[in-house]
Design a binder for this molecule. Structure first.
Ligand code: 13P
Length: 337
């Protein structure tokens, strides 16, 4: 039998290449309303639609952001939202030459039969949602599932994570959205870097096994892995060089060169740490574009600087641009601090 290629095949390849372009990476600004509420609470703001809109307006309209940022991942509310000046957020991004993306998973719930682990919901109805998101201007998608090292991971949790990602990737490609494949291996735990490496090898082996089984076109996906680091509570810390060595070894063993881009999450690393680690990975040529898809490591200082005050918008945008530029340089292996 033959497998029907997505009618969007050429467009998917083009979109993925655009996002994985030299010196650019992704701004993850797709915090769910619950997570966005936590961020707003940290600066003493209420979790209202107006506050979320004001903050996201600040992000998408930072002048010249598109020089460093090739894609922005949005939460569904933002995809359909206008800025405080009444322009569609999506249009502002496109004017900045930033590809709009959409978080399509429906979040994590407990996985019965596992060791207190979780699984990711959102496959039911995904095909029609993906078509509507494409209509609204989204050209790529994200599905974040997690694997916990202290809680196992159990074989069941890894298999479920990999299978869910593969089904989502196939459905997204069928609707013209480039899927970002994100099995986040959580930083929590006391384990050392070798244990993270071992788990990551297992996770990525299963993810690619099921991606292949679901006939996903590798040239039209992007990956969003965790860097290989020691657990957050491990007493041994790793240098950027060690993180780069372990992470590149993992990618070389598990990721086919057909995949155009590997866009790391920051996962709770500090802003500077995330930049230094990315820079270390780009000191020699790689088969894939190695870049960033950071939320916290791009936004932390920006959010604090803003503090919900209109008079601080410009200063906050400047701090966002500082982080975006630093990571752009790190993508090129040219960050010097
Ligand atoms: P962090 O960079 O804050 O880990 O967030 C990236 C992301 O989008 C996780 O899904």
């Amino acid at each position: 039998f033959t497998v029907r290629a997505s009618s969007y095949a050429d467009e998917l390849v083009k979109t993925a290449k655009t996002i994985a372009s030299p010196g650019r990476g992704i701004l993850a600004m797709d915090e769910s309303n619950a997570t966005c509420g936590k961020r707003l609470a940290s600066i003493g703001l209420e979790n209202t639609e107006a506050n979320r809109q004001a903050y996201r307006t600040l992000l998408v309209s930072a002048p010249g952001l598109g020089e460093y940022i090739s894609g922005a991942i949005l939460f569904e509310e933002t995809l359909y939202q206008s800025t405080i000046d009444g322009k569609k957020m999506v249009d502002v991004l496109v004017e900045q030459k930033i590809v709009p993306g959409i978080k399509v998973d429906k979040g994590l719930v407990p996985l019965p039969g596992s060791n207190n682990e979780s699984w990711c919901q959102g496959l039911d109805g995904l095909s029609s949602r993906a078509a509507a998101y494409y209509q609204q201007g989204a050209r790529f998608a994200k599905w974040r599932t997690v694997v916990s090292i202290p809680n196992g991971p159990s074989a069941l949790a890894v298999k479920e994570a990999a299978w869910g990602l593969a089904r989502y990737a196939a459905i997204s490609q069928d609707s013209g959205l480039v899927p970002i494949v994100e099995p986040e291996i959580l930083l929590d735990g006391e384990h050392g870097i070798d244990r993270t490496f071992e788990v990551a090898q297992k996770v990525w082996a299963e993810v690619f096994f099921y991606l292949a089984e679901n006939n996903v076109m590798f040239e039209g996906i992007l990956l969003k892995p965790s860097m290989v680091t020691p657990g957050a509570e491990c007493k041994d810390k790793a240098t950027p060089q060690q993180v780069a060595d372990y992470t590149l070894k993992l990618l070389h063993r598990r990721i086919p060169p057909a995949v155009p881009g590997v866009m790391f999450l920051s996962g709770g690393q500090s802003e500077v740490e995330a930049t230094l680690n990315l820079n270390a990975m780009n000191q020699s040529p790689n088969p894939w574009h190695i870049s960033f898809s950071y939320a916290r490591a791009l936004q932390n200082t920006c959010l604090k600087t803003w503090g919900g005050r209109p008079e601080n918008v410009k200063a906050a945008q400047d701090t966002l641009l500082v982080r975006a530029k630093a990571n752009s340089l790190a993508q090129l292996g040219k960050y010097t601090g």
